[in-house]
Design a protein around this ligand. Structure first.
Ligand code: ADE
Length: 225
C-alpha cells in the first residue's frame, strides 16, 4: 500500500514513521509512505499558503491554489491515483470500519490542514473525502494523519507479527465489541487476582468468559460515551 502525506510540517513525521511497527513495515516494503510539503507549491516571493476568509472572521485559511497543485502533483507520482482524504474536524468521524475501508485501498493521500482549515473548494476540486479523528480541534491535521496511518498500517497483511491479533482487537469482528480485561503474570498483584477461569486451561470456558466480558465492557462503555 502507498500512503502520501501532504503537509506544511513534514518534520513532524520523522520519528513517527521510523517507530517500531511502522519503521519495520516500511523496511519490509509492506507500506510506502511519502511526504510532500505544501509550501513547495506556493507562489510569489513570500510563498504564501494562507489568507483571510472572505466575509470576515478570525484566523486564516489555507489557500486552494497551493493545496490543489500539491495534491495534483502527488497524484501524478504514481500510476494509481490515490483516494484523497482531507483531515478536518468537520469530516466523517474515524472509526474502525472507516479504517478498514481505507486499508482496502491501494493508495491513499492524506492532506493535513492548518490554521482555520481548508478553502471549501479544495474538497470539490479533487474529489476528496473529509475525515475527523474526533470531536475536538487540533492545531493541524498532522496528528490526525498519524492516527490514520497508524490504524490503517496495522491492518496491512504482514505488518503485525501475529496475524490473528488484529481480528481480536476492540471494534473488530462482526459485533464491534471492545475487548474485555486481559491479564499477564503475576497471578496476584497487590492483592488483585487473575480470574480463575483464565488459569483453568479450559479453552471453551475461556472463550465464553471473554465474550461475556466483551459484551459487558461494550455496554459499560455505551453508558460513559
Ligand atoms: N484538524 C484539526 N482538528 C482535527 C480533527 N479533530 N480531526 C482531523 N483533523 C483535524
Amino acid at each position: 500500500m502507498r500512503i502520501d502525506i501532504i503537509t506544511l510540517f513534514p518534520g513532524m513525521f520523522t520519528g513517527f514513521l521510523d517507530g517500531s511497527l511502522l519503521g519495520a513495515a516500511r523496511t519490509a516494503g509492506l507500506v510506502d509512505i511519502r511526504l510532500t510539503d505544501i509550501r513547495d507549491f506556493a507562489e510569489g516571493p513570500h510563498r504564501q499558503v494562507d489568507d483571510r476568509p472572505f466575509g470576515g472572521g478570525p484566523g486564516m485559511l489555507l489557500m486552494p491554489g497551493p493545496v490543489v497543485s500539491c495534491i495534483e502533483h502527488v497524484q501524478g507520482l504514481s500510476q494509481h491515483a490515490g483516494h484523497v482524504v482531507l483531515l478536518t474536524p468537520g469530516g466523517r468521524r474515524l472509526d474502525q470500519s472507516l479504517v478498514e475501508e481505507l486499508a482496502t485501498r491501494e493508495r491513499i493521500v492524506l492532506v493535513c490542514g492548518r490554521y482555520e482549515g481548508f478553502d471549501a473548494r479544495v474538497a470539490a476540486a479533487v474529489g476528496a473525502e473529509e475525515v475527523s479523528i474526533g470531536d475536538y480541534v487540533l492545531s493541524g491535521g498532522e496528528v490526525a494523519a498519524m492516527v490514520v496511518v497508524d490504524a490503517v498500517a496495522r491492518l496491512i497483511p504482514g505488518v503485525l507479527g501475529d496475524e490473528a491479533s488484529a481480528l481480536q482487537d476492540s471494534f473488530s469482528g462482526p459485533d464491534r465489541l471492545v475487548e474485555g480485561p486481559q491479564y499477564t503474570r503475576p497471578r496476584e498483584f497487590r492483592g488483585l487476582h487473575v480470574p480463575e477461569v483464565l488459569l483453568s486451561g479450559d479453552h471453551r470456558r475461556i472463550e465464553a468468559w471473554r465474550h461475556e466480558q466483551a459484551v459487558a465492557a461494550t455496554r459499560r462503555r455505551a453508558t460513559i460515551s
